[in-house]
Design a protein around this ligand. Structure first.
Ligand code: FE
Ligand code: CA
Length: 537
């Protein structure tokens, strides 16, 4: 505490401060003050704030038929170390209601925000009705958060007439505004699947330091981030964005992560900088803790040191079974030194994996008793073959994708065939463009069986304004006839699913370099039940 009431000389002293008195006695200076109030032992018992303690917003996540997680993180000065909070636990009240005005409260309680977790609060609400909208908010010391909307899933295995959800990710701060999130907030989706790259760990980039325009400059230390406080600060920069907050307040998110929550193109205990693995694991632990602190996820996803179990299943009635995959933590290191490589024999090594043995077994066992109409993989890196060299004589894929672990893809496809999955849909992100394609049993033979489809969602902002397509992308696509659609603009994908039909609408923004970009539907593609092929809507 930089400033405090004269009656409150130390945070461990017993003292009470009326917030109005505090504001009166310090005037404008008090606006910078976060704290006052009564401290008992390790608990800040009657907090008073001179700035909004809910500056990082609210969020809901991991919906189930009977509830969801509600999240917030107490931070009156979000960009300061510790978020402007004293190193004390503090109690936060929460309530869930059936109406937006919070009159019909159906659940309420008190959660403790601990300094060990950066004063994050994750409440697992249960006992709610399936398939309903709910509203939630938090209060602390007389301060009230905004009201968020969440929605429970339909009853397990029950018929579902229609599901509407969004897919988003890759939101590099410097590259543009999060306007796509403002548009997404207006959709009132059942949920959003976030495939990762919620933050980027890179050093601060200023205008002129790279060829691409820098739309927003991040505050703070200029270096790449490594420590828990570094990652917390980076999340705070992102989390105060009003469009991102609007999206979270509009619908529950099913969160995953990709590389940039930790380090570019990390794989297991291998970093892109070739840091000794035992040191990289320290960084991974800090990154995972900060991720957990800022995400509306269940306690089951709390990391233990450098480890986390983030893969999980979400059943949406009898309609969709969403398998959220982790393609970073258990994978083999990228072959042939990563990058785009022709003739990489190492990529064909049968021992290579993207999911690790245990996650593979969990996934394929789940296929065997798939009760849902549509089997969905929500994951990070592109599954379908994708040549990155426009020369027709050269096949050079990216070693970071499933093309860098061909045997792992073959095992996945064999498990899909063995389980006779009729409707496989893969949801992907990572490459900052929109793509749609068919998953071929043999990508060299366009007449071979189509096992499913893949929809790759573009970025929220990463890559900047972009463009629809150009000659070099057209040349690439000509080499991969299973790829049916490409677009290089920013946005999100809206999926509308019924028992008979899956429709993907690629929502793109004309610009993200300005705050008022306009959204439009660039393309709508459908899959009819049982066909596994893509068609124009
Ligand atoms: Fe990204
Ligand atoms: Ca080529």
């Amino acid at each position: 505490m930089n400033q405090r009431s004269p009656a409150c000389l130390d945070v461990d002293d017993f003292c009470t401060v009326n917030r109005r008195t505090l504001l009166r006695s310090f005037g404008a200076a008090a606006l910078l003050t976060a704290t006052g109030g009564l401290f008992r032992g390790g608990v800040w018992a009657s907090p008073v704030f001179a700035a909004d303690p809910f500056s990082l917003g609210v969020a809901a996540g991991d919906p189930a038929p009977d509830g969801f997680v509600i999240w917030t993180k107490i931070a009156p000065r979000p960009l300061d170390r510790g978020g402007g909070m004293p190193r004390k636990a503090v109690e936060v009240d929460w309530a869930v209601a059936t109406d937006e005005r919070m009159r019909q409260v159906v659940q309420k309680g008190t959660a403790t925000a601990h300094p060990e977790l950066g004063h994050a609060v994750h409440v697992e609400v249960d006992g709610l009705e399936p398939g309903h909208d709910y509203y939630y908010r938090f209060t602390i010391g007389g301060e009230r958060s905004r009201t968020g909307r969440a929605r429970t899933l339909p009853p397990a295995a029950a018929p579902v007439a229609q599901l509407r959800f969004g897919v988003a990710g890759c939101q590099r701060y410097e590259d543009g505004y999060f306007t796509a999130y403002r548009q997404l907030a207006a959709e009132h989706f059942d949920f959003v699947f976030h495939y990762g790259d919620y933050i980027y760990e890179y050093r601060v980039v200023r205008p002129g330091e790279r060829p691409a325009p820098v739309i927003r400059v991040m505050p703070g230390e200029p270096d790449e981030i490594y420590t828990l406080d570094d990652y917390r600060h980076r999340y705070a920069i992102y989390k105060v964005d009003p469009d991102l907050q609007a999206a979270h307040a509009s619908t529950p998110f099913v969160m995953s992560y990709d590389d940039h929550e930790v380090d570019n193109n990390w794989a297991g205990d291998i970093s892109a900088e070739n840091t000794p693995p035992e040191l990289f694991l320290l960084r991974r632990a800090a990154a995972f803790q900060a991720w957990y602190e800022h995400m509306p996820v269940r306690r089951a996803l709390m990391p233990r040191g450098p480890d986390i179990l983030a893969y999980r299943r979400v059943a949406i009635g009898d309609l969709v079974r969403l398998n959220v995959l982790d393609t970073r933590l258990f994978r083999s290191d990228q072959p042939c030194g990563d990058g785009i490589k022709p003739d990489c024999r190492e990529a064909l090594d049968p021992n290579r994996t993207m999911l690790g043995d245990r996650q593979e077994r969990w996934l394929y066992d789940g296929f065997k008793n798939a009760q849902a109409r549509w089997t969905v993989l929500g994951q990070q890196v592109i599954v379908m073959r994708k040549d990155r060299d426009p020369d027709p004589q050269v096949f050079a894929p990216s070693m970071d994708k499933w093309d860098g672990a061909v045997a792992a893809r073959d095992r996945l496809f064999a498990a899909v065939e063995e389980a006779k999955l009729a409707n496989l849909v893969v949801l992907t992100g990572d490459i900052h463009n929109n793509w749609a394609g068919e998953l071929k049993k043999d990508f060299d033979d366009p007449r071979s069986a189509t096992l499913g489809v893949e929809f790759v969602a573009t970025s929220i902002s990463s890559g900047g304004d972009g463009f629809d397509t150009d000659d070099s992308f057209k040349a690439l696509l000509a080499q991969d006839p299973h790829i049916k659609f490409f677009n290089n603009q920013r946005g999100y994908v809206r999926h509308t699913v019924t028992p008979d039909r899956w429709q993907a609408d690629f929502q793109v923004l004309d610009r993200v370099s300005v705050g008022d970009g306009r959204v439009s539907t660039r393309k709508s593609l459908v899959v009819e039940h049982g066909t596994s092929g893509l068609a124009d809507a």
